[in-house]
Ligand binder design. Structure first.
Ligand code: AMP
Length: 130
């Protein structure tokens, strides 16, 4: 079971922003920007492009809804999209609110937030999720 499957199962806590039958979205715990969200399929698969076509198409559409909510909740120009996947072997899409290119850089120092701040960010995105 991957760490993200444990999060989905509620065995490890997360700052959830959205969920449906097939996907789960939560705040990245080491965010490159305020409102940095991970979207994962509930089905365990390591590599994004090994997902079956239906799940891959579905995660794009689910991410669109999450990105729309992020853009409403967090001041930004756009929501950037990245897939890395070198750290956690469970496919995931990074959604990152950005105002400039450098906001997407994973090599920058990560942002720090208190648990209460993470909670408030997740709640603000969740409120705007449709
Ligand atoms: P990567 O697999 O390279 O895309 O990186 C995995 C991402 O997952 C990193 O940005 C981590 O900060 C994030 N991450 C790892 N464990 C957790 C966790 N328990 N809760 C939230 N985010 C996590």
């Amino acid at each position: 079971m991957t760490i993200f499957s444990k999060i989905i199962a509620g065995e490890i806590p997360s700052y959830k922003v959205a969920e449906d039958d097939a996907y789960y979205a939560f705040l990245d715990i080491n965010p490159v920007a305020k409102g940095h969200v991970l979207v994962v399929p509930k089905k365990e698969e390591d590599y994004l492009f090994d997902l079956d076509d239906g799940t891959l198409a579905g995660i794009a559409l689910f991410s669109k809804r999450v990105a729309t909510a992020i853009r409403k909740a967090i001041p930004c120009k756009r929501v950037g999209v990245t897939v890395i996947g070198l750290e956690v072997p469970h496919a995931h899409i990074h959604l990152i609110p950005i105002t400039k290119e450098a906001d997407m850089l994973f090599t920058h120092a990560k942002k720090k937030f208190e648990p209460e701040e993470f909670k408030a960010i997740a709640a603000a995105i969740a409120e705007n999720f449709e």
